[in-house]
Design a protein. Sequence first.
Length: 366
Amino acid sequence: MYVRYELSTAAGNTQRDAIGTSEQDKRWSGMWRYRAVLPDVDPVTLGEGWTPMLKSRQHDNVWLKEEGANPTGTFKARGLALAVTMARHYGLRKLAAPTAGNAGGALAAYAAAAGIEAYIFMPRDTPMANQVECLAYGAHVTLVDGLISDCGRMVAERKEAEGWFDVSTLKEPFRVEGKKTMGYELVEQLGWQYPDAVFYPTGGGVGMIGMWKAFEELEQLGWVTGRRPRMIAVQADGCAPVVRAFEQGEKLCRMWPDAHTFASGLRVPKPYGDGIILEILRESGGLAVALSDDAIFASLQNWAEHEGLLLSPEGAAATAAYDHLLASGFLTANDRVVLFNTGSGNKYTDVIGARTGGSRLTGAPS
């Protein structure tokens, strides 16, 4: 299901140019600056949205959308802020979700802010920061010997008996609404113009689905013109169901066996919204690309050393994919490109540390 709006009252450049000018916006309204195209409710907010658009120091026409600046350190804050806001609005008291890690932390935080119980199921090998934050926010956490698909099955099996409302990806319409604000922001931050391409790390892919919905609304509002960007879905080669389906011309993904990658957010063996993702890629003239963990980690190190940014492994998959498609000729250095870093690398210190093996650390002189 999608939320639809009466857009006529917000149409035109006059309404567009008024965004960010109210006293509330000037203090900090984050993603709620786009309240004309969001549900008209009292938000549960922790300061999510309006994240930096950082120009690359290495590439003239590349910008990095730094979603690690969100509360709980990832873009998941956007979707869960909206989902929990509407859950409180409708009087729901218990929310449940499977997670690869970051969605669980965001659900736990916003549920705590709203006074709602959160029940979170995550793989046992989820990064420690995700586990700790969920427990710190008072959520009920179940560690599962398996993948996010196994976690989703457990939520589905128990939700009726336990009285949980399932806020899993695309099981309710409002997480998409929160994530669509990334599309509004990137267009506004580029002067109300589309880039040529958007690189998006794709596990569940709801961020891409949300941005495509945003582009549709922006055009109906008359806030942007021109050709929509080519959408690039980025995965790890140890779990690349979207890439395989795209390359084989399939309409849906098949379950990926033995899913593995250190980019835990990309370890989704079959996205729930796979058919929509594949439609977006083809309609936009985009592409799906998979990188090895070694290539992803090399890009993570490069951006840390040369850009001053500690990316999440998922974000580093996007930067690695840009280098790959630039070298292949799919893009040129003149194409304006937005790369999404979907979370802060500080949430992955145990994972990053394990890959470096401490080999570059030296003891201080005594």
